[in-house]
Design a protein around this ligand. Structure first.
Ligand SMILES: [Zn+2]
Length: 433
């Protein structure tokens, strides 16, 4: 459908002033005009015109690291030490998960993400065929990887499922789905297993999504086993020969940072999850100074406990200011870039999404500015990072399709998803306290 959004405030990062006033035109799945400059294609007529007068148009936000179906465990267990939380609470329930649970839990996550302005997410979990089905159904864009643990009973089946997932879903849902490989973390993937993952990555030319240096425990374990840091462990196995998105990267040495920069590894920063699990503060300012692409993620809803990228942007900005005792670090414009264009680059999609420019995919959101917290309008970029709320997103377009309008998602029955999730969650936790 040809869509014309007239006269809105547009976050247009290419220009000297980041916010411009003008029109946004969508043809098929792509943007054909952004701003007041440039002409529309000859004979172009809008089938739908939207008055953008009170809207801020942003590229859809990009959640660089999550485990969508963990919405099923939201607020099931909080405020516990990490290992107790995992071993006594999270893993026993995860052992009961079925494909159906993951389908509904993931759909709930996607609902929440769309309603808070996220149009692309990077997921690692299991039952990924069901996750892909949910992506196809709701109309979001996603990079999916089957979480791979090289120790225990699921090591081989994980690789087999990854292969099947690639064969079935690579480029699926009209090109909205990308499949990557998801070796869980250095401490759960021994060298031999990593090698197997890499040969699959080579065969299918995929990227790698992995947790790296999340906790001090991980640093200790890898040091005890291999006398290395997690980053050098992965480097020596050849992991960084491939496109890699490393989630967390909280505990890094100066050499680790130089190596990640040299190898072009991108990082997914998850400030709220790191804070809630008391993992530490990732050296994001240093990473960015080293030239590393850093996107923002929420991590799963069990350790956040929401998937709201507006909240995550604000936390990222505030956390690094207080941590560095420097109000100049992580200014709003840079944080908004991390949640959009940098996130796209981190996922290898920098030529397709993350900025509003003709030729790019039409993944955009309209934020309702007709609210007290957007006045006066001194600086809309600062508003988006410091004042915006998840509920301010009115309309969402993904791949040129209107997926949400007037805060109603058009592609699914939202009430039904809530009911199904309650049903699944009750069964999953019954018998546990
Ligand atoms: Zn994670």
């Amino acid at each position: 459908m040809n869509i014309l959004i007239k006269n809105c405030h547009i976050f247009c990062d290419d220009t000297e002033s980041p916010i411009i006033l003008g029109d946004v035109a969508v043809e098929g799945s792509r943007l054909v005009k952004v701003g007041s400059e440039g002409a529309l294609p000859p004979g172009w007529h809008p089938e739908r015109v939207i008055d953008g007068g009170n809207y801020l148009c942003l590229p859809g936000l990009i959640n660089c690291h999550t485990h969508a179906a963990m919405t099923l465990l939201r607020s099931y267990a909080d405020d516990l030490p990490l290992m107790h939380w995992l071993e006594k609470k999270i893993w026993p329930v995860e052992n009961r998960l079925t494909g159906e649970d993951v389908y509904w839990g993931s759909l709930l996550a996607m609902m929440e993400m769309i309603r808070s302005g996220t149009t692309t997410f990077n997921d690692m979990y299991f039952f990924m065929d069901e996750v892909a089905q949910a992506v196809e159904k709701i109309g979001i864009r996603a990079c999916l990887s089957r979480g791979l643990v090289g120790v225990g009973g699921t090591a081989r089946v994980g690789l087999k499922e990854s292969r099947k997932l690639i064969e079935k879903w690579q480029g699926g849902a009209k090109g909205r789905i990308r499949i990557w490989l998801g070796p869980h973390a250095p401490y759960t993937c021994p060298p031999g297993y990593i090698k197997k993952v890499l040969s699959l990555a080579k065969e299918y030319e995929t990227g790698i999504h992995i947790h790296v240096a999340e906790t001090r425990d991980e640093i200790r374990i890898i040091n005890e086993r291999y006398s290395k840091t997690p980053v050098t462990y992965l480097e020596e196995l050849g992991v960084f020969e491939f496109p890699v998105l490393a989630a967390h990267c909280v505990h890094l040495t100066g050499d680790d940072i130089s190596l990640l920069a040299r190898r072009g590894v991108a990082v997914a920063h998850n400030p709220e999850s790191n804070m809630k699990l008391a993992s530490g503060v990732a050296p994001v300012v240093k990473l960015r100074e080293a030239g590393i692409t850093v996107g923002i993620g929420t991590d799963g809803a069990a350790s956040n406990n929401n998937l709201d990228m507006f909240g995550e942007m604000r936390t990222a900005a505030l956390l690094h200011k207080v941590f560095n005792e420097d109000p100049l670090v992580m200014p709003a414009l840079e944080v908004l870039r991390m949640a959009t264009g940098d996130g796209a680059r981190a996922l290898g999609l920098g030529d397709e999404i993350g900025v509003l420019k003709p030729g790019y995919k039409a993944d955009l959101i309209l934020v309702d500015l007709k609210q007290p917290h957007y006045h006066p309008r001194h600086n809309l970029v600062a508003h988006a990072v410091y004042a915006a709320g998840a509920g301010d997103v009115d309309l969402v377009i993904i791949d040129g399709e209107i997926v949400m309008e007037n805060r109603k998602i058009l592609t699914i029955d939202e009430e039904r998803v809530l009911d199904e999730v309650e049903r699944c969650a009750r069964r999953l936790t019954s018998g546990f306290n």
